[in-house]
Write a protein that binds this ligand. Structure first.
Ligand code: FES
Length: 630
């Protein structure tokens, strides 16, 4: 019999592990004891989820059989790499950050294929004087008490402002513990309880903010809007070119994203959840490399010319005040306006530090949005061949094959997000998310998001239309109308030949024009050619791919048959495709709540081989080939 003593946040217990169980991994033994660890990589030794501290006794390395010993000084080991011997004893400590908090789940606009532990990048805790050892110096005593409460093994810095001897007359310390990469920082908490964080996806076209309660991981509200930089260019290259022409545009772009987009969105999302800015403790942002440069006010022009070198790709943490990002109760402060707060505020939000994390990216055109997706889909941990297709303005693709990651980007344009199309809108209230075209009469049926009159069509509806119009013979392979003497087709004085989708829409009928279909066709060709070249480069056939994770701001609204019908994923079958929603936002949400993800994201960026499609000899020919519908 083997005696295993398990130290847990809620106390200690000792169990006897029968000899027939000793062949199992420690993670399996613990799962049998109803103590499942976060084994998100499937017990392959590829993540940081199953870390435990080996305090005393003997264990056995599962792969080599070597005996591992500990004598009181904790050693961090992976639970999935050791097993318990037939006899003897061991003491292990399981930090709460390794205990499984959530299984894979669907969270409003995205799906998470990996479990997570609960170890937010920002945490709040309360200590009293009685928790502090009076024999120790105050700072040491505080450190020890926090390390015990939150099982913090990383170096812990104490902010000088936190001199509790002077500032805590009631003997209660309200503290904030902030994750800062390889260390944690302890400061006084001025955040109203319960503290919330924001997961943010900055897309080239669309920006989404999601407010999350940090102690539970509950999503309490979200808001989205067009990126205000769009008026200076609808894709990353145009925005980079604008910055090349006049450096002042870097700060204009920064102003557009910070003050023109994020601040109103944060205000709106907080108000929708009945929260004030004083509840907001931290922000985690995912986005492509250009968007993150512009958020930080860093000149992105080096990414506009070969060899397309970004200024930074790493995980960055700054104080949001450095970006002049201020969030106020129900309104947005213009520069320089009086920033006094109502008397009942714990502390005006803009006077305290508001940590903002931007996630790490792999390259100029395979950014943090994709790193986030690789983690959220679970493809970073799988052994089989999988493909991530992120249908954004910058179509980004990652192929995982034989434990290698190949990433590339292809300029799709904003059509998938409904931008740049005659009546295109983002997927939101009033957007037509789907259309169905009856063969014969060509009657059109629409599905609208929310119980409101339709106000436009989102990218998914356009894709439905193109696929079905081709199927019933309404359009040619080059997405032109096959004839004009057909019910529903009109010649519009401004937009040319078009199909009327909602004739009685207010203020004007909603149409799909030939120009819209041409934009869709170009976007489709960019993705299809990118997928084809990436598979070719890795020597993989579509049939060899176990799963295609389809991601994008359209959430779960995309219809797989329409996508395949318009030839977006040549050679793939519906059963290979899994709709993931906004995986960039999913990764920001994961990192907000499980800080160990940040380190794994860094590993993903190091593993990624970047394929430059413009240097692939057959990319252009493939793109031209794909400029037609099946
Ligand atoms: S489950 Fe052990 S390393 Fe991932």
């Amino acid at each position: 019999m083997f005696h295993l003593t398990i130290q847990l946040p809620q106390g200690e217990r000792t169990v006897e592990v029968a000899p027939d169980v000793t062949a199992r991994l420690l993670t399996d033994v613990l799962r049998g004891l109803q103590l499942p660890l976060n084994t998100r990589c499937g017990q392959r030794g590829l993540c940081n989820g199953c870390m435990v501290e080996f305090v005393q006794g003997r264990l056995q390395h599962a792969a080599t059989g070597a005996v591992l010993a500990a004598a009181g000084t904790p050693v961090t080991i992976r639970g999935c790499e050791v097993r318990t011997p037939a006899t003897g004893s061991a003491v292990i400590h399981i930090p709460s950050r390794s205990l499984l908090a959530h299984q894979p789940q669907v969270v409003t606009s995205f799906r998470l294929n990996v479990p997570r532990a609960h170890d937010p990048v920002w945490q709040q805790l309360t200590l009293s004087t009685a928790d502090l050892d009076p024999r120790r110096a105050w700072e040491d005593a505080l450190r020890a008490a926090v390390a015990t409460r939150l099982e913090c093994t990383l170096p812990l810095d104490v902010e000088p402002e936190l001199d509790g001897r002077a500032t805590s007359p009631d003997g209660i310390y309200r503290l904030a513990l902030e994750h800062q990469g390889d260390r944690r920082v302890l400061s006084a908490s001025h955040v109203a309880e319960p503290a919330h964080g924001a997961a943010i996806d900055i897309g080239t076209t669309t920006v989404v903010v999601m407010i999350v309660e940090l102690t539970t991981g509950r999503v309490v509200s979200s808001a989205s809007a067009l990126n205000a930089q769009t008026r200076m260019g609808d894709n990353v290259l145009t925005r980079i070119n604008v910055c090349m022409q006049a450096p002042r545009f870097v700060s204009r772009m920064q102003h557009a994203i910070v003050r023109g987009t994020l601040m109103p969105l944060l205000t709106e999302a907080l108000a929708a959840a009945d929260l004030t800015p004083e509840h907001l403790a931290c922000l985690v942002v995912a986005g492509n490399t250009t968007m993150l440069h512009l958020l930080h006010g860093v000149d992105p022009t080096s990414m506009g010319v070969a060899p397309f070198t970004p200024v930074f790709l790493d995980h960055r943490i700054i104080d949001a005040r450095e970006l002049r990002l201020r969030v106020r109760r129900g309104r947005v402060l213009p520069d320089g306006q009086d920033d006094s707060a109502p008397a009942d505020d714990p502390e005006p939000a803009e006077r305290r530090r508001l940590p903002l994390h931007t996630l790490p990216g792999a390259a100029a055109y395979v950014g943090a949005d994709i790193t986030a997706g690789v983690l959220a889909t679970g493809m970073a941990y799988r052994d089989d061949t999988t493909l991530l297709v992120d249908l954004g303005t910058n179509g980004e693709l990652v192929l995982a094959h034989q434990r290698q990651l190949f990433g590339c980007a292809t300029a799709a344009g904003p059509a998938f997000e409904g931008a740049g199309l005659t009546y295109g809108v983002r997927a939101g209230q009033g957007a037509i998310s789907h259309v169905r075209l009856e063969p014969g009469e060509l009657a059109i049926h629409t599905e609208v998001i929310g119980d409101v009159p339709p106000n436009g069509l989102c990218g998914t509806a356009y894709i439905d239309f193109v696929a079905q119009a081709r199927q019933v013979g309404l359009i040619t392979p080059t997405a032109r109308f096959n004839g004009h003497d057909v019910p529903g087709i009109i010649r519009h004085p401004d937009h040319g030949w078009a199909f009327v989708v909602v004739p009685d829409a207010v203020p004007r009928p909603l149409l799909i024009t030939e120009a819209d279909m041409a934009s869709l066709l170009q976007a489709k060709a960019a993705i299809a050619a990118g997928v084809t070249c990436l598979l070719r480069r890795a020597g993989v056939a579509a049939a060899d791919v176990a799963a295609v994770f389809l991601a994008g701001g359209f959430g779960f609204h995309m219809r797989v048959d329409s996508l395949l019908g318009c030839g977006m994923l040549p050679g793939f079958q519906p059963e290979q495709i899994q709709l993931m929603g906004n995986t960039s936002l999913a990764g920001a949400y994961l990192a907000l709540l499980d800080s160990s993800i940040l380190r794994e994201m860094r590993h993903v960026t190091q593993r990624m081989e970047i394929v430059e499609l413009n240097l692939e000899p057959d990319f252009e020919a493939t793109y031209i080939e794909q400029l037609s519908l099946p």
